[in-house]
Design a protein around this ligand. Structure first.
Ligand SMILES: [Fe+2]
Length: 254
């Protein structure tokens, strides 16, 4: 049976002025290359999840440019905020992009805002209303397989500087998920590198950025120096009717 095909694009870090670079990279060009690759996918994705840090300075100019690209795509997009985003502005500008519960025949996808209690360093936190929303949705959709999507990583990745700014209340998040065995996957951005782990029997997928990648296993922020891993990237997931998830990272030359 055909799986639901979900693309994840994350950490675009668009600048206010599209001519400005981010850490030496032309992030507009990177994003265009990723979108072009996505458009050429066979079979085509059914939907796209944009998982935060979509712009770098939380300003409308970047969101407007991004929204123009999304509305030109032949498939539906949904977005959620990261620590660089302005969640209120996204709500105001995004319209249907802000839908937080996506229901398919066998799967439900839940989008969370992990940008509560900003620490000024990039760390994340799920507000109590987010945890309540998650619990209520999981209760409602007990008979569906579930993929949970948020910006911040709920598990450490082994880089000291990044593990200090992961999801701050990850313990509460995992404690909640332990009550709902229909959760099959968790999907996040924020780490700018590819990571796949299992926790409590749940697959956790972390995805490289379209903008720049961070090198794994570092004490301090270090840009990826392996040319193949430094390319802009995104993830494609196949969600099967039996609850299995298959996933690949797509790295895009540009
Ligand atoms: Fe980011």
């Amino acid at each position: 049976m055909r799986p639901l095909i979900v693309a994840q694009i994350t950490d675009c870090h668009l600048q206010n002025n599209p001519a400005d670079d981010y850490r030496g990279r032309d992030v507009e060009q990177h994003l265009n290359a990723v979108i072009e690759d996505l458009r050429c996918q066979t079979p085509a994705a059914d939907l796209v999840l944009w998982t935060g840090d979509l712009v770098h300075h939380g300003a409308a100019s970047g969101y407007n440019r991004l929204r123009d690209r999304l509305t030109a795509l032949p498939l539906q997009s949904y977005w959620l905020p990261g620590n660089h985003d302005a969640a209120d502005l996204m709500l105001a500008l995004g319209g249907p992009l802000n839908q937080r519960t996506i229901v398919d025949q066998h799967w439900v996808i839940l989008l969370l805002d992990s940008t509560s209690q900003p620490d000024g360093m990039g760390g994340g936190y799920l507000a109590s209303q987010e945890l309540n929303f998650l619990a209520q949705q999981l209760q409602t959709y007990r008979d569906y397989h579930c993929l949970i999507v948020l910006h911040h990583n709920p598990l450490p990745v082994g880089s000291a500087w990044q593990d200090r700014i992961m999801l701050g209340n990850a313990a509460a998040f995992w404690q909640l998920l332990a009550q709902y065995p229909q959760v099959k996957g968790v999907l996040n951005g924020h780490v700018h590198q590819a990571v796949e782990q299992q926790h409590q029997g749940i697959n956790v997928f972390m995805t490289p950025a379209t903008s720049v990648q961070f090198k794994a296993g570092c004490q301090q922020m270090t840009l990826e120096d392996a040319s193949a891993l430094a390319l802009p990237a995104y993830r494609v997931l196949q969600l099967y009717p039996d609850g299995q998830i298959r996933s690949v990272i797509k790295r895009v030359a540009c």
